[in-house]
Design a protein around this ligand. Sequence first.
Ligand SMILES: Nc1nc2c(ncn2[C@@H]2O[C@H](COP(=O)(O)OP(=O)(O)O)[C@@H](O)[C@H]2O)c(=O)[nH]1
Ligand SMILES: [Mg+2]
Length: 255
Amino acid sequence: MPKLSVVLLGPAGSGKTHLTSAFGRWLENLGFSVGYVNLDPSVEYLPYEPFFDARSVVRTRDLLELEALGPNAAIVRAIDILAEKSALLYEALRSVERDYVLVDTPGQMEIVIFRSSGLKLVRTVRRASVPVGVFLLDSTLGRWGIEAAISILLSTVAQLRLDVPVVPVLSKSDAAKLSGGYASPSLHAEVDEILKNLGSGEVGLLSEMLFEVLSLAKKYLKSGRLIAVSSITGEGLEELYKVVHETFCACGDLT
Ligand SMILES: Nc1nc2c(ncn2[C@@H]2O[C@H](COP(=O)(O)OP(=O)(O)O)[C@@H](O)[C@H]2O)c(=O)[nH]1
Ligand SMILES: [Mg+2]
């Protein structure tokens, strides 16, 4: 059976690291073996024990001094160095025996999605496993406003750029006072709600454009159920498991 990997994606602070840990513990409690990968060379504290840790290859904070770089340049350089040494990641993934591998990506999503080194790392994960991306939409930013529209579009961009199936998931359901689990009967229904809100606001040229772009994106979105998860209460993790599994199964033969 090929290795199944879940790649946590989303903007900085959307909850990737916490969900990696919470979802991993949830899977372990069910009796599955779980391997954790940290691809963030900038992180200081991790709530899980990775079998591959980007910081064993390069630490962003060391580059600040060693190469006299500013914080952003150091983050970019660290990912470039990690990608140059992606063979280490490949070997680690190939040799680990686990039911699931959870891959926590760098805080700054643009590095993963827009830079070739981020893409190379995701491709490395794909060479060594069958990946599904989980793209976190931070529900504390609002469910149906402009932020939500942009988040859905970003998850589409992530899928397009990384060439892995990507499931959008609402994170931090506890903080947004959503009940965890199935938040919306379908992603299409959620997008319809966002479109309704965009349409009812003051219509400027940019919100009109956002409306048009999101309407177009909706045509290409898979209409799976949209779920909301909380890494704090554990709500929605069972539904996350189901949705991720449905996506794995839709990606090909896993026997
Ligand atoms: N209330 C709540 N806060 C969360 C949840 N997940 C993450 N956070 C908080 O959001 C912030 C960013 O989380 P983190 O996992 O580091 O985000 P990352 O940058 O995407 O890896 C931290 O302050 C977390 O405590 C959640 O499910 N509920
Ligand atoms: Mg993180």
